[in-house]
Design a protein around this ligand. Structure first.
Ligand code: LIP
Length: 273
């Protein structure tokens, strides 16, 4: 007889399954990195997708359904599977596909699980750095099993911030204008190329903060939980929750100053579609 799962244990069980699924897909993607890639485009000429993205999504779906056949799954590359368990998975099989296509580090496999609308578990596997970030709600965040924490930086003027740009040229132009207006107020900028990696790097203190507009939920779902569980503040801009409208993440002593600076340059309305 299968022991009944204590509902309190479910986030940790989902986290461990997310780690297994992300790790399996990450190993597959790494193995195919230097092989022939079939590169297509989606929303614009710079929005790449490869056969490996699709293969990784299939591996993740197989891994999840092998353990939890009644879960709902939504994936960037087309998976949209209903379920009856109340658990819903959000998958980005290769976040930062441009990095993957060009052989740059920073691409990652992002797998998040929610109970209802609340994300309770997530894993982000970054095979080129041999790092797996993971979190379950209420159980903290780790990188390769070690507890991670954001920086305690307080001054925006010396902060290192990550950000990203969309695939639509007009929006990218406006994002660049907002960034230009911010640059004198911050210490430095990094454009890693994958939201899930950016959020995990806030969580472990590799950057002090991150902001971006126009993401899809599968880009940020796992990384946002990992950041929050590590002790960072992850929000929208003037909203408590991150959303495709805006994602802001920073250490607890920097977040408010970053939000104030973004609001002062009207970052959200200037970069909305
Ligand atoms: C990417 C995001 C990144 C953003 C890129 C792209 P994708 O997702 O993770 O933050 O700046 O433009 O949207 O498309 O590689 O899964």
């Amino acid at each position: 007889m299968t022991a009944l799962t204590d509902p309190g244990e479910l986030p940790e069980i989902l986290r461990d399954l997310a780690v297994e699924a992300a790790g399996r897909a990450g190993r597959h993607a790494l193995g195919k990195l230097h092989g022939p890639l079939e590169v297509d485009t989606k929303s614009s000429g710079s929005d790449f997708v490869t056969q490996v993205d699709r293969e990784c999504e299939q591996l993740i779906v197989e891994t999840i359904l092998g353990e939890r056949p009644d879960d709902e799954i939504l994936g960037e590359e087309g998976t949209d599977r209903p379920g009856g368990s109340g658990v819903r998975w959000l998958i980005d099989p290769i976040d930062g596909t441009t990095n993957y296509v060009y052989g740059h580090p920073g691409w990652a496999v992002s797998v998040a699980a929610g109970i209802g609308d609340t994300i309770v578990a997530g894993a982000v596997a970054d095979p080129m750095h041999a790092e797996t970030f993971a979190a379950a709600s209420g159980d903290g965040a780790t990188c390769n099993g070690a507890i991670i924490r954001p920086t305690e930086r307080t001054d925006l003027a010396s902060s290192v911030l990550a950000t990203g740009f969309g695939y639509e040229a007009d929006r990218r132009t406006r994002q660049g204008e907002v960034l230009t207006d911010l640059l004198a107020s911050v210490g430095n900028i990094r454009r890693v190329g994958a939201a899930s990696t950016d959020l995990c790097w806030v969580a472990c203190g590799r950057v002090d903060g991150y902001f971006e507009v126009g993401l899809s939920p599968w880009d940020y779902a796992a990384g946002a939980l990992i950041g929050a569980e590590a002790g960072a503040v992850v929000s929208g801009l003037g909203r408590d929750e991150p959303s495709p409208s805006f994602v802001v993440a920073a250490g607890p002593r920097l977040h408010s100053a970053l939000v104030t600076a973004l609001l002062s340059v009207d970052a959200e309305s200037r970069t909305s579609l």
